[in-house]
Ligand binder design. Sequence first.
Ligand SMILES: [Zn+2]
Ligand SMILES: [Zn+2]
Length: 139
Amino acid sequence: MVNNAVYVTENRKMTFKTADMPKIGEHDVMIKMKYCGVCGSDVHFYEHGEPEFPDVYPFILGHEGAGEVIDMGKQVTNLTIGDRVAIEPGIPCRVCAWCSSGKYNLCPHVRFPSAPREHGILRNLSAIPRIFASSLPTI
Ligand SMILES: [Zn+2]
Ligand SMILES: [Zn+2]
């Protein structure tokens, strides 16, 4: 499987390009992306870039997505292959004071897809910790 991605290459220019294959750790799931929203922050980055990171291109946008679990680490027990999941995009450090108090949304060390330098999820495959992949109901 090829991991095609949509890259911003400079302001207002995008292209398809093959991304590295994500690797999964023991607690991670590999997700075949099915949907990805285009957030206002993605539009802002596409139109204006980020002056603090002029060398970040080519860069993958997208952080609001859902897909299907196609692989998982050995320690993942709450999901199975074929599960449909929504992605909670921000991956906090899980050890700082904010994370320890349960307010991980305030983690200053968060890795947030599509915020430079963390590539986004507008691509075929993404790997994330299982706790940030929530099962979707069957329809
Ligand atoms: Zn957003
Ligand atoms: Zn933290």
